[in-house]
Design a protein. Structure first.
Ligand code: URA
Length: 216
């Protein structure tokens, strides 16, 4: 795992690992079917988790083992996962399977065809969002507009400790996101070359939601 040398005003961590690399190649391969796509995305989320969460604060808690009392640990603050609908749900499942203490919020955005700006159509966050460490999750950081808007909506709802987690980031997406939110670190498994004329990430993996949900 290394801090990426982008010109971005915020922090970008590329989480590199041999198994992440192999699973990412499976995701990119257009011949990978939906069950294997889901499994590979799940595996990557598990492998990214230690790097994303390693500095979460814990506090001491008194516990009774079968033998004696001792001191254990629990997270100091609540943890909230917020996938951006729809593709974020696919990446979120791996995180929620290991971060079992987390509550899950949702945010849905669509692109207004007149203004081309992202508009919210759904949002539901837990009441303890302002006290929580929050992972905002979307697999593809492409133009960065919807992710940046989702982060703004989270802040408006009171979130203060936000980390943005994606699978693949385009340099344009990183720049757009950090122009609005230099305070939010970005964690990604890879930074790709750029975007095509339809704003798909290249080389990318195609439409992450369609491939995860089998709606290709
Ligand atoms: N969303 C996707 O699912 N894929 C891309 O390449 C860009 C945005």
């Amino acid at each position: 795992m290394k801090e990426a040398d982008t010109q971005s005003p915020g922090r970008v961590e590329v989480i590199d690992h041999p198994i992440i690399r192999t699973r990412l190649s499976q995701l990119r391969d257009r011949d990978t079917d939906t069950p294997h796509f889901r499994q590979a995305l799940h595996d990557i989320a598990l492998l990214m988790t230690p790097a994303i969460t390693r500095d979460l604060e814990t506090e001491a808690v008194d516990i009774q083992t079968p033998l004696c009392r001792t001191t254990g640990h629990r997270l100091r603050r609540p943890l909230v996962l917020v996938p951006i609908l729809r593709a974020g749900v696919g990446l979120m499942h791996g995180f929620s399977s290991i971060l079992t203490e987390a509550s899950i919020g949702h945010i849905g955005l669509y692109r207004d065809e007149e203004t081309l700006q992202p508009r919210r159509y759904y949002a539901k966050f837990p009441a303890h969002l302002p006290d929580a460490d929050t992972l905002l999750i979307d697999p593809m950081l492409a133009t960065g507009h919807s992710s940046a808007e989702a982060a703004a909506q989270l802040k408006a709802a009171g979130a203060t400790r936000i980390r943005f987690v994606c699978l693949i980031a385009a340099p344009q997406g990183i720049a757009t996101f950090h122009a609005r939110h230099p305070d939010i670190p970005i964690y990604t498994a890879h930074i790709d070359d750029g975007l095509d004329e339809r704003a798909y990430i290249v080389p990318g993996l195609g439409d992450a939601g369609d491939r995860y949900f089998g709606t290709v």
